[in-house]
Design a protein around this ligand. Structure first.
Ligand code: MLC
Ligand code: AMP
Length: 504
């Protein structure tokens, strides 16, 4: 194979006039047309001087062309770096600078806002809209619809996904062609995907879940996607009858359950509902089964590892567990201090090894060494147990992380911003239960002696520097933070104290 990822996911569909994308306006894009447009984009980025191994960063709205851009990068051997559209210019500038991207593609409306960033980093800026608009689309429209696929091996890098860290500094997780391919192959088999599948796609495509799981699996199986711009309850209800499968974060399922239109009749034809990226409460799993007669299949993954475990397709899908290690994935529970493997039933840190595990963080060898052991096991930072049947249950996290509606929020990043504000001595950001997002951040702030921090001004500053989903919905001033005898802030105490912060 010239380029394993391109050939296996995209090239295999050459010439097929069957639909690949069903768009919200009722139109469809066939595999053949998708590949022709991919070639135009591959020509376009190459004509701009982007070479194999270069990084192309994209912060663009979800659209068919956004997916084409991903395919074009794979075909041209360019490393694809998708970015959450919620990120502010401050956040984006770090990713562009750190990755050394040679091309940054943003939404047309953002060009002016991001122009100075592009000048400061020396990165070329082009734009791409959702409707064949933007400077990159203009260039692509002038190109040839064939492109000589760039040769790659499974060890070549295919994508960088930035993930924050407990120090507040984001790290670029480097994923190879082999990482993505092995996981897609495993999942097609594990979840019985076929060319008959029509996946209702409402996830963003800048993360593992929406891109490397939902899209790659469907491509490999030869199925099609109902490609929706975002999760919209009415649209989901309207499109369910045409779908056979759906993948979502738990918020998708709790929102559907809150909707009386989501009935057994509407859902019963569905082959499979899959949940991941955040804990699906056992009560949600049970309520879903009571409503529809179907059991959600919960799986567990990470940016760095793709998917690690899954409940069985055929067999017992156990509520509150993330199922069994996927074929080819080794999983063990270890002691957080000694690293020794613990017996079944004991809580420890979850470590995984397999062809799905990334190769390290971009230009951060020390960070890589802290989490990726020399023997190939990756320390996930999640805490869990394995039972005697091999089912894994996640019971907590060994990392200070909040997951809100499937988006990761690292408290440190927010605390660093708050601590710099006038009148603030220190802060602690904690995640507490939220009825819609599962978890949501609350900022607990201690004032400097005699000062009264302006909470509105703090919220305003956060708006400038932090994506909306990271901004705590509640800021609370307290006289002091609870500390243990070592002086460490006891976030568990704060989480208990403010557990009801979002209870209606
Ligand atoms: C949007 N908002 C969020 C938010 N999403 N706030 C907190 N957490 C979120 N996840 C903000 C909006 O900006 C808006 O702000 C307000 O909340 C209400 O917006 P909404 O319209 O209700 O939200 P919506 O647009 O419907 O988005 C919610 C969502 C979305 C859950 C559908 O966040 C989503 O698609 N999440 C999926 C994330 C995902 O794909 N994760 C996979 C990571 S990969 P305001 O100012 O208007 O109040 C991974 C590996 C693995 O984890 O295992 O899969
Ligand atoms: P990310 O870095 O965005 O890829 O998020 C990965 C993290 O999401 C994991 O380390 C887990 O903490 C969490 N996660 C993913 N899937 C599940 C799940 N099914 N149940 C609980 N947590 C999950």
């Amino acid at each position: 194979m010239v380029n394993p990822l391109y050939d296996t996911l995209f090239g295999r569909h050459a010439g097929k006039t069957t639909p690949f994308l069903h768009l919200p306006d009722g139109s469809t894009i066939t595999h053949k047309d998708f590949l022709a447009r991919t070639a135009r984009f591959a020509n376009a980025i190459t004509s701009l001087g982007v070479k194999p191994g270069d990084r192309l960063a994209a912060q663009i709205d979800k659209s068919a062309d956004a997916l084409v851009l991903y395919a074009a990068c794979v075909q041209a051997g360019v490393i694809f770096l998708p970015l959450n559209t919620a990120y502010t210019a401050d956040e984006v500038s770090y990713f562009i600078d750190n990755s050394g991207a040679s091309l940054f593609v943003c939404q047309p409306a953002q060009r002016e806002n991001l122009d100075s960033l592009s000048k400061a980093t020396g990165t070329r800026l082009e734009t791409l809209g959702t409707d064949n608009s933007g400077s990159l689309a203009d260039i692509a429209n002038q190109q040839n619809d064939s492109f000589e696929t760039v040769a790659r091996t499974r060890d070549d890098l295919a994508a960088f996904l930035y993930t924050s860290g407990t120090t507040g500094r984001s790290k670029g997780a480097m994923l190879t062609q082999g990482n993505l391919l092995s996981n897609a192959t495993t999942l097609v088999e594990a979840w019985s995907f076929s060319s008959d599948d029509v996946l209702l796609h409402a996830l963003p495509i800048f993360h593992t879940h929406g891109l490397f799981v939902a899209v790659n699996v469907t491509l490999l199986a030869g199925g099609s996607l109902i490609f929706m711009p975002k999760f919209d309850q009415d649209q989901i209800i309207a499109n369910l009858p045409r779908a056979t499968t759906m993948m979502g974060v738990p918020t998708f399922y709790t929102r559907l359950l809150d909707d009386p239109r989501f009935t057994q009749e509407l859902a019963q034809h569905m082959r499979l509902f899959i949940s991941g990226s955040a804990p699906l409460l056992a009560e949600t799993h049970i309520a879903f089964e009571q409503r529809t007669g179907l059991r959600i299949l919960e799986r567990y993954g990470m940016t760095e590892t793709n998917m690690n475990t899954s409940n069985p397709y055929d067999g017992d899908r156990r509520a509150g567990t993330v199922g069994l290690p996927l074929p080819g994935v080794e999983l063990k529970i270890t002691h957080p201090v000694t690293g020794e493997t613990l017996p079944n039933g004991e809580v420890g840190q979850i470590e995984v090894r397999g062809p799905n595990v990334f190769v390290g963080y971009w230009q951060m060898p020390e960070k890589t060494a802290e989490e990726l052991r020399e023997d190939g096991f990756f320390i996930t930072g999640d805490l869990g147990t394995i039972d005697d049947d091999g089912y894994v249950t996640i019971v907590g996290r060994n990392k200070d992380l909040i997951i809100s509606g499937g988006f990761n929020i690292y408290p440190k990043e927010i605390e660093l911003v708050i601590d710099e504000q006038p009148g603030v001595l220190e802060s602690a950001v904690i995640g507490v239960p939220h009825p819609d997002f599962g978890e949501s951040p609350v900022a607990i702030i201690v004032a400097q002696n005699g000062a009264t921090p302006d909470l509105d001004a703090i919220a305003g500053t956060m708006q400038q520097s932090l994506a909306r989903f990271k901004q705590p919905r509640k800021l609370i001033i307290v006289p002091e933070l609870p500390r243990n005898t070592m002086g460490k802030v006891q976030k568990n105490v704060l989480r208990d104290t403010y557990a009801d912060a979002f209870v209606a």
